[in-house]
Design a protein around this ligand. Sequence first.
Ligand code: FAD
Length: 440
Amino acid sequence: MSNDILAAEFSATPWWWQHAAPYETSDGPGGGDYDVLVVGSGYAGLSSAHELARGGLSVAVLDAQRIGEGASTRAAGLLSGRAGVSKQIDLEALVGRDHAARIFDEADEAYAYLKNLVREQSIECHLEDGGRFVGAHTPAAYDKLAAKAREYNRSGGSRFHMVPRGDQRDYVDSDYWYGGMFTEDAGSIHPSLYHRGLVDLCRAAGVTLVGNNRVLGIAEDGEFRRVAADHGEWRAREVVIATNGYTDTLSPWHQRRLMPISSTISASEHLGAERVRAVLPRGCPVIDTRRVVCYARPAPGGEHILFGGRARFSPLGPAESARILHGQLCEMFPQLADIRVTNAWSGLMAFTFDFMPKIGMHDGVHYAIGCNGGCGIVMMSWLGRQVGRKILGSAPRTSAFEGLDYQGRPLYTGNPWFVPIVGNWWRLRDWLEVRRARAA
Ligand SMILES: Cc1cc2nc3c(=O)[nH]c(=O)nc-3n(C[C@H](O)[C@H](O)[C@H](O)COP(=O)(O)OP(=O)(O)OC[C@H]3O[C@@H](n4cnc5c(N)ncnc54)[C@H](O)[C@@H]3O)c2cc1C
């Protein structure tokens, strides 16, 4: 593939940042005493801080980068409730039917919470609640999706509908998939405008936000914890770690339990509403069932397409990532072969070994961590808030995500060297399955 797919104005920054870049805070690095210190300024950290400050506590948020510069201003903006937390796993087999039902209900509550927050606080972030099409890459994947739809509908009404191949053009102008599932339980958002809305809520509630100040260590100091950062020393009664895919040596315990995995997105040049609508007639995102997932969505305003996935499992520059993603997009939508890419960027997500997000406490420090891919906007906002409520003592019940088994792997210390091997094996299996399905 040639350089031709890169637009002249190609940039390696997120498309979202033209509307809201990571926040440059004017709060000084300083130091000081707070009721709670939050490490990490993504959705989890800010949601926690907002809840705590609303509850009357003094709160500071510290981030090693600019505020929100981690994954939270880089996401694709796909939202979902229960379908987001169990894509990769058999949840009932993992935690049992009753606990699985509680997790599904809480994931739905988390999605409803985000939508309410956006509406009640008038956060202008292009929230769309129009569902999602999940395309099956093989007939067998369609059958598995049908089983998932039954599982989701069992305690959640009838929001998951199977779409036979003959009807899929209502959702996607493509014959790539063998039918799919439409979920009403999904939508999309402008991730960095949503993040900026959380920044504004935190500021209005009196939270101190300090960027470019990495936390280096946390030590007990009587009823306080002493927090050493690049610039200054802090003391707090409680500390929350919300560092997700960017977790560093501050917490080796978490590093041993998380795999940071890079994900990449591209944005198309201006295509116009008619062309975007021709490809995605319902205006809702499409994601597929391959192990190495691909997705596409209209950008807010409906005049560009954003598409993403795992371009490669080893480090790769943005231009090369853009070319690989463009090739994957054209497999699904050959009619887009001529489009140019204006932006390509990546960020880190955190996977746990059982693919479940976690909240809890270790060594006296609270955490909300482990987004496990593309459900982090809803889930990390929610889990951050849950940690805040727990500290305040205002949670109506124990979260279904608390107390889940949280294991590492023998000899694993945080460098997921095996991910390229596993990822390429998954990609090969996807490719073989698609080939076999086409040949049948
Ligand atoms: C390319 C991409 C696409 C995605 N698409 C979607 C999507 O469509 N839908 C969806 O729901 N989710 C999506 N996600 C996942 C989602 O973005 C994340 O789950 C979510 O942003 C995580 O929020 P967080 O607050 O937990 O972590 P982050 O936003 O990653 O914030 C963690 C912060 O911790 C800071 N930090 C780390 N160590 C320290 C330290 N020692 N001291 C101070 N600060 C520290 C980092 O600088 C970082 O800013 C995507 C992610 C990526 C990368």
